[in-house]
Every structure is written in structure tokens, then in C-alpha cells.
Unconditional design. Structure first.
Length: 736
């Protein structure tokens, strides 16, 4: 299939983003909005801009991690799965269509003034411009970007001229009616004007046509939002300080009225022409961005494949553009302008809430392929604020938009089961989600218990990749501090069998495994480290790179092999298991069936002093002692077994503890250390400064608090100043 050309640079992206916002939000909407809240309209624009910042930051991060055409649809589909992706794709498509259709209605109103032709209905002019815009989009995105720059300059010049002429004529008397409908009116107006800023994130939908998406997309979003916010606040304040609220309530061309009031008919005529040009630009941006949603969904087999076909000459999604134009024409000729605005805002708010959820899901699950070059600051508080504020705004948009969201959900579900049910992929949430999240957002197979071990493709891949004589497997994810030290630990735990090192590369379901190049420079470097370590240990160590769509299930499949005694994995001290989702290591801790060790490296390449810290009420003390003894002998050293006891323990109880420990340590190279302390975490942390490796068992099962808020980081591991190896013993192999 032919690919989209990457031709857009930073100025063009900013122009497209501003062009998407600098339109109906200021040229048409202020009159309607002022009627709902009074002269506080400028405050509504300011608060709406603040509330959209979380979505801007989230989409900036997502766009640098997944720079593909389709924007928010792609992010939601990757995070939630194809069913929710289908629903969101339709919702995003319609939100942009409605916003652009609103611009076309305003365009018709201003064009009547600019042309002087009053005998032809406004809708006819709107349709005429729509046809022109569709043709322009088919001709190519680069032409669109170049035209946008010129239009944005003209628009900004016109608005600045309004400010220059109008600021000296501000009338404080017209500002007295600040909250005409109280706080409810202000909040409902904030929800109404929210869609004015929707264009700021529209550029994420054309990430696949951007030259340098990792840098240019975040810059363009933030800069364009700042510019537009200043313009909206200034112009709306100027408007209500010069024109009465009563007059504005039915005015769909408020800037023409403002210009006429400030500078007379000629000035108003010039502003009307600029408004026509600007609204054409906005509708143009809307067709450009919204047409990429059906295109991306078609590529993902969620819509007919016809919509993914490109024009043979211009390389633009011709059928998707035509469909978008047709639906916009229907909206312009059929819906009331107020309904268009409310629906557009409702769809956009709902999708921005989903986008904030996407960042949380992808960050918390830590999927290997999610590597944004830009990360949202103040995570996750910014995203949580965006989710809660968005839900709050939806309440104030009324019943009709809410029912429309439900209808889109039903339509999206029908489309998914018609076209996308055969899509052989799942979202991150389904893969790493806990039961509550799965029932909320994803179809869950009956009695699956998240166990995909019967997947023949994964089993075949495992059979082809690992040595049948392997006793220890070292899965590498690419972020390990010292792969060679992991191999040494594996060697110490298992001296008699082959050590298998697997360089595991997880890619999204939408990426074909057959075309992915496993022989990367990073893979070659890892292979060189493995060979050198094998020679040093005089051990048989096999190396293989494996590409998979399902990292967690691949690890589980490895753990099911009867010959495998240990899995040793790199670790950062975190194994999250929350009520909604967990990360891959959290999933592995809950699901794999072999003995495994999680290793957090401090940088040392050899262990001379090893400390085994026994957690209170640990059921696997004897197995941990035997495993630690093997590790100590592998590094030619001894170990200390630490018991931290309460300060009020009696001497008799300590003697019983010592007697039991001596029996457990018989035949090993370990000795017992008992310390009284009421703060075991602090005590262990201080003691680790004298050791090179801290060995721990697995924590006790989650309590109610950890289930709801996540187990997060292992406090002993995080606070230790030396390397940490957390062992989970699930069978009797360590007794051998």
C-alpha cells in the first residue's frame, strides 16, 4: 500500500492548528455564548482553555509515541482495543465534522455580507465552499499547509486591527451584566465554548504526514493554544464591552457587528472578508483532520477497505475525504446551529477524557513499545484533572448530547461487529487490565482468566526460539542495567543446564511480525555481551531475538516449559497491580508458573557480601535459603540471613528463632543476624550499605488498600542502597 508523504513542517503545523481554532470559536460563537452568561464570556473562554490543557499535554505525549495519521482514534484503539477504538473513531470524526459544519454555517452568514447577495439561502454558499474545500484536500496536504499559513496571517492581522481600534472605545457600562444566568450559565458556557479549542489537538491526526513529529507536534500544540487563548479572551472582552448582550444573542456574525460599531461599514466589510477566509481555513482543517479517522480505521479493518485507498497522483485518502464532505453537507442543511455546537462540544469533551485515560493506561502498564519522546509534566495529576473536569462539563451540556454519545456507542458497536470483529489484535487494557477494567472497556472471553497459553502461534515461536535443554531463561526487555549480571545470577542458580537469553521485543498488534527487523544494532550489541559473558563463565548460553505482540503471554508460555527452573528478569523495584490495570511485571508476578527472580541492579558486577532479608511470616524461608546459598556459592562468598524482630521480643523467643534458623542454615554457607527494630524498612535500608546484594522473598498477598491503589514499589527494594534480587519460589526445584 502507498504511504502518506511526510511534508509538514512546524510553521505549517502551527498554522493548521490555529486555523482549526481561529474560526467559528471567535467569528460565530461569541454572540450565542454571551447570551448564556453575559459579559463573563471572556472568563468562560479562559477557563475552557485551562480545562483543555490536560488533553493537549496528553495528546502531545501520545503523538510522539505513536506518530501516525488518525490521532486520538489511534491512541484510544491501541489503549482500549478495537471495539472502543471503533466507537471513539466515529465520535472523533463526528466531533470534527460538527465543528467544521458550524464554521460553514458562519461562513455563509459572513459571505452574504461580503458578497452583498441576499437572495440566495446561506446554506447554498456553505455547500459551495464545502465542495471547494473537498477538492483542495484531495489535491494534497502540502498545498493545504502552505495555504493555511497565509490565511492565518491574514486572520491574525484582522483581529489585531479590531483590538487596535476597539480598545480605546471600551465601555464599562456594557460590562455590568457579568453573570446574566448565574454560575450555572457560566459553567454551561464553558462547556459550550470548549469546542472552540478542539483544533489545537487536530494536528495529531496528521502525525503521519509531519516531518519531525516528536518535536514539532508538542511545540505546535502548546504554542497555538497560547496564541489562540490570548486572542479569544481579548476579542470576546472587546465584543461585550462594545455591543449589548441582547443584540448579540441572535447574531451569527458578531465580529461584523463589532467592526461596524467601531469603524463603520468599510471596516465591517473588510472584517467580513477576513472572516470568510478564516472560516474557509477552519473548515479546510476540519476536512483535512477528520478525513484521517475513517482512513486510519479502514487500515485497521474497522471500516471498509475502500476508505483506506489513496489517490494515485496526490497520495491523499480520496474516498475518506469525499465521505467526510458528504456528511458535513448533510449536517449543514439539516441541523440547528445550537445543536451543532452542543454536539460538537460533547463529542470532543468525551474524546479528550478518553485521551487522558490513554496516557494513564500506557504509562502504568509500561508496555515496551510505548516510548514517547515528550512526556506530559505533573503526571498523573494533570490527566486526572482532565478526566474529572471533562465529566463535569458533560453534565452541563444537557440531555441531548448525552443521548447522542450513547447512540454513537451503539452505532460504533454495530460497525465493529460488522467489520472489525475479525481484527486479530487487542488493546493494552485487555492485555494488562484487571477484571473491573475489562468488563468496563473490553470484551473478555469467558473463563479465560487472562490465560492465553493455548495460543499456537506463541507456543510455536517459543519452540523455535529456545534451546530444549534450557534450565534458566533470561528475558531481556532492553532497559536492563547489566545483562551480563543477570546471566551470572542465572548461572549461579542452575549449573547443569543451558542458559537461554531472549531479547524480547514487543510491538503493537498493528505491526506485522514478519516485516519487523530483529537484527537491530541493539540486538547485535546484546548478542556480543552474551557471548563474552558465556566465555567468562565457561557456560553454554544461547541468544535469540524474539518479536511478539503479547509480551506477557510470551513470558507465561516460557514459564510453562517443564525444563525451565528459573526465569531471571531485570527490574526497577516496581510491580504494579491495581484494581484497573497493571504493568507487564505486575502481570508476570500474578500469572507465571515457574520460579523467577526480579533483579534491580546498583551497578556492581560482582557480589562479595550477600544479605538475605526474611520478610515477616514468609512461608518460603527454607527455599529462599537454598536459592541464596546457590547464588553465594556461585559468586564464591557467604551470606547473612537477617531477621528484623520487634523491640519488645523476649530473649526466649529470640533463642527459639536462632535455633530454628541454625537448623535451616545447616549445610549452607550462611549465618544468622538478628536485629531488634520497630522500623524494618529503615533498618534493612541502612544495613544494605554494607552489602553488595540484598535477596528478598515475595511480599505477602495484596490487602484491600493495595488492590484499589496498587502495590506500587517494593519499599525494601526501592530503599536498598545495593543491588536487589527478589525471588518467588513456586515449585521444589530449588531443593534439587
Amino acid at each position: 500500500m502507498k504511504k502518506l508523504n511526510r511534508t509538514l513542517t512546524l510553521p505549517a503545523i502551527i498554522a493548521i492548528s490555529i486555523g482549526g481554532m481561529l474560526g467559528s470559536g471567535i467569528f460565530v460563537l461569541p454572540g450565542i455564548a454571551a447570551a448564556k452568561t453575559g459579559s463573563s464570556i471572556w472568563l468562560a473562554y479562559l477557563i475552557a482553555a485551562i480545562l483543555i490543557v490536560p488533553a493537549v499535554l496528553s495528546k502531545s505525549e501520545l503523538a510522539t509515541a505513536i506518530p501516525k495519521s488518525g490521532g486520538a482514534y489511534v491512541y484510544i484503539e491501541r489503549a482500549f482495543g478495537p471495539l472502543f477504538g471503533t466507537i471513539s473513531g466515529i465520535g472523533l470524526w463526528l466531533s470534527l465534522l460538527l465543528k467544521s459544519s458550524f464554521a460553514l454555517v458562519g461562513l455563509g452568514s459572513y459571505f452574504v455580507i461580503a458578497s452583498g447577495v441576499t437572495s440566495i439561502p446561506i446554506e447554498y454558499f456553505s455547500i459551495m465552499f464545502l465542495i471547494l474545500i473537498v477538492i483542495l484536500n484531495i489535491m494534497g496536504v502540502k498545498k493545504v499547509g502552505n495555504i493555511q499559513i497565509i490565511i492565518v496571517i491574514i486572520s491574525l492581522f484582522g483581529l489585531l486591527s479590531l483590538l487596535f481600534v476597539g480598545i480605546p472605545k471600551i465601555s464599562s457600562e456594557k460590562l455590568n451584566l457579568f453573570l446574566s444566568n448565574g454560575e450555572y450559565g457560566l459553567i454551561s458556557t464553558i462547556a459550550l465554548v470548549y469546542m472552540s479549542y478542539a483544533g489545537v489537538s487536530k494536528i495529531a491526526a496528521i502525525a503521519g504526514e509531519t516531518k519531525n513529529p516528536s518535536k514539532d507536534l508538542p511545540r505546535a500544540m502548546l504554542l497555538s493554544l497560547l496564541i489562540i487563548t490570548i486572542i479569544y479572551i481579548s476579542i470576546s472582552y472587546l465584543l461585550v464591552s462594545n455591543i449589548s448582550i441582547t443584540y448579540l444573542s441572535n447574531d451569527y456574525k458578531p465580529l461584523h457587528s463589532l467592526a461596524n460599531n467601531l469603524g463603520g461599514e468599510l471596516f465591517a466589510y473588510i472584517i467580513s472578508i477576513i472572516a470568510v477566509i478564516t472560516l474557509v481555513s477552519m473548515a479546510n482543517s476540519g476536512v483535512l483532520a477528520s478525513s484521517r479517522f475513517p482512513f486510519a480505521m479502514s487500515i485497521d479493518k474497522l471500516l471498509p477497505l475502500t476508505l483506506s485507498k489513496l489517490h494515485p497522483r496526490f497520495l491523499t485518502p480520496i474516498y475518506s475525504i469525499i465521505l467526510t464532505g458528504f456528511v458535513m453537507g448533510f449536517i449543514v442543511t439539516s441541523l440547528d446551529i445550537i445543536k451543532i455546537v452542543k454536539l460538537a462540544s460533547a463529542f470532543k469533551v468525551a474524546m479528550f477524557v478518553s485521551v487522558n485515560f490513554c496516557v494513564i493506561i500506557l504509562r502504568e502498564t509500561s508496555v515496551q513499545w510505548y516510548k514517547p519522546t515528550y512526556k506530559s509534566p505533573f503526571y498523573p495529576y494533570v490527566q486526572i484533572f482532565g478526566i474529572l473536569s471533562g465529566m463535569f462539563l458533560l453534565f452541563f451540556l444537557g440531555l441531548m448530547p448525552f443521548l447522542s454519545l450513547i447512540a454513537i456507542g451503539i452505532i460504533g458497536t454495530i460497525i465493529y461487529y460488522r467489520f472489525g470483529i475479525s481484527a486479530s489484535r487487542s488493546g493494552v487494557l485487555k492485555r494488562y487490565g484487571q477484571v473491573p477494567a475489562l468488563y468496563l472497556f473490553s470484551k473478555k472471553e469467558k473463563n479465560s482468566n487472562l490465560n492465553f497459553i493455548n495460543d499456537d502461534a506463541i507456543n510455536d515461536m517459543i519452540e523455535a526460539s529456545i534451546n530444549k535443554d534450557s534450565g534458566v531463561i533470561i528475558p531481556l526487555f532492553g532497559s536492563e542495567v547489566s545483562p551480563s549480571l543477570l546471566i551470572k545470577l542465572g548461572s549461579s542458580l542452575n549449573k547443569n543446564k543451558v542458559i537461554q537469553v531472549l531479547n524480547l521485543i514487543e510491538v503493537p498488534d498493528q505491526t506485522s511480525l514478519d516485516v519487523f527487523d530483529k537484527s537491530t544494532s541493539k540486538s547485535k550489541a546484546l548478542q556480543r555481551i552474551v557471548k563474552r559473558t558465556a566465555v567468562e563463565l565457561n557456560e553454554v548460553v544461547d541468544f535469540e531475538s524474539v518479536v511478539t505482540h503479547r509480551l506477557n503471554e510470551t513470558i507465561q508460555a516460557l514459564s510453562e516449559k517443564s525444563t525451565i527452573e528459573w526465569l531471571i528478569l531485570g527490574w526497577n523495584g516496581r510491580a504494579y497491580n491495581g484494581i484497573f490495570f497493571n504493568n507487564p511485571l505486575g502481570w508476570i508476578v500474578s500469572h507465571i508458573n515457574s520460579n523467577f527472580g526480579l533483579f534491580k541492579c546498583s551497578g556492581l558486577q560482582n557480589f562479595e557480601n550477600i544479605l538475605l532479608a526474611i520478610r515477616p511470616n514468609s512461608p518460603d524461608i527454607l527455599k529462599l535459603i537454598k536459592a541464596t546459598d546457590k547464588i553465594s556459592k556461585g559468586f564464591n562468598t557467604n551470606f547473612n540471613m537477617l531477621h528484623v524482630v520487634n523491640s519488645n521480643i523476649t530473649d526466649d523467643e529470640i533463642n527459639i528463632l536462632r535455633s530454628t534458623a541454625d537448623q535451616n542454615l545447616t549445610g549452607t554457607c550462611g549465618e544468622l543476624t538478628v536485629i531488634k527494630s520497630d522500623d524494618p524498612i529503615y533498618t534493612v535500608s541502612e544495613l544494605t550499605s554494607e552489602f553488595d546484594l540484598l535477596v528478598l522473598g515475595t511480599p505477602r498477598k495484596d490487602n484491600l488498600k493495595s488492590i484499589f491503589f496498587g502495590t506500587g514499589k517494593d519499599k525494601f527494594a526501592v530503599n536498598a542502597t545495593c543491588s536487589v534480587l527478589r525471588l518467588t519460589v513456586k515449585n521444589s526445584t530449588t531443593n534439587q
